[in-house]
Design a protein around this ligand. Structure first.
Ligand SMILES: [Zn+2]
Length: 280
């Protein structure tokens, strides 16, 4: 092949590389201002960590209790102990990045995973993102304080792409390893906020995650639940807030049965619940 022909072949490649580089630069610079806000906010929070003010206590008569600060030399940072998986319920990653970089929305997550498998890290893992909202799991009522929030780009009505799930699995493996997160503590937003949130929805591949050690799922072979099986107690022991039992049942079915999410337990649902509850 002549040199001129080769050059003609490479021109589109070179042009493509240039435009994608320009696109990346433009994408990053579009967030320059918010990255500056991030840094200054993180800097102000670091000052909280350096505070050496002793706790101010008063007795029942309002008299100050003598207290002082003596710094220990043995400490490190607290670690997240849960991973909460969400879908964005939005139409694109840029839309979600915009939502999470506007102060008025008051919502955020540590990670956003695109349909193409791209992972965007939005908040240091040691910081508290605002993804869980009013929620409860077991006796934990401040899920934001102890969890990592992961948002999957998905409008709620579409399947998850395999590239997206592959990246998610790599991210979960890193988080589990870095923070020693227990297998049971990989759960969905709907699990911790039954009746209020539906995500990551009935299509989310919980079984695929469980096979890799991220959360539990029912076994292939399911033995029937005993006749006196207390389903409400089983749901509570798994972690569900059963103050609204029908909502807890729907959330359980969305995660562990994945056929439909009506607030009624069929015999099959009961058998699955019995199988899952024994893992906790
Ligand atoms: Zn959510």
């Amino acid at each position: 092949m002549k040199k001129s022909c080769l050059l003609l072949l490479f021109i589109p490649l070179l042009f493509g590389a240039c435009t994608s580089k320009k696109k990346i630069v433009k994408t990053i610079s579009a967030f320059d201002a918010t990255n500056q806000v991030y840094t200054s906010h993180a800097d102000s929070l670091s000052k909280v960590l350096l505070t050496t003010q002793a706790a101010m206590l008063t007795d029942s008569l309002g008299r100050p209790v003598t207290s002082e600060f003596v710094g220990t030399v043995n400490f490190n940072l607290r670690k997240p102990n849960y991973v909460i998986i969400h879908y964005t319920a939005q139409d694109s990653v840029p839309q979600t990045l915009r939502t999470f970089t506007l102060a008025r929305t008051q919502v955020s997550a540590h990670y956003v995973v695109g349909k193409d498998g791209r992972v965007i890290h939005m908040l240091n893992d040691y910081m508290r993102a605002w993804h869980a909202g009013i929620s409860k799991w077991g006796s934990v009522t401040d899920m934001n304080s102890c969890s990592i929030g992961i948002e999957l780009d998905n409008n709620g009505y579409e399947p998850f792409s395999q590239q997206q799930i592959s990246s998610l699995l790599l991210l979960l493996a890193k988080l589990k390893r870095d923070y020693n997160i227990p297998t049971a503590n990989f759960i969905g937003h709907a699990d911790i906020a039954p009746g209020r949130k539906p995500d990551p929805g009935i299509r989310f591949p919980w079984e695929q995650l469980a096979k890799k050690g991220f959360g539990y799922y029912s076994d292939m072979l399911i033995v029937p639940a005993p006749v006196n099986f207390d389903s409400a107690t089983a749901l509570r022991l798994i972690g569900y807030d059963t103050s609204n039992l029908p909502a807890a049942i729907s959330a359980f079915k969305r995660h562990f049965v994945q056929r439909e999410d009506s607030p009624v337990l069929t015999q099959f649902d009961l058998d699955v619940l019995y199988n899952v509850y024994k893992k906790y």
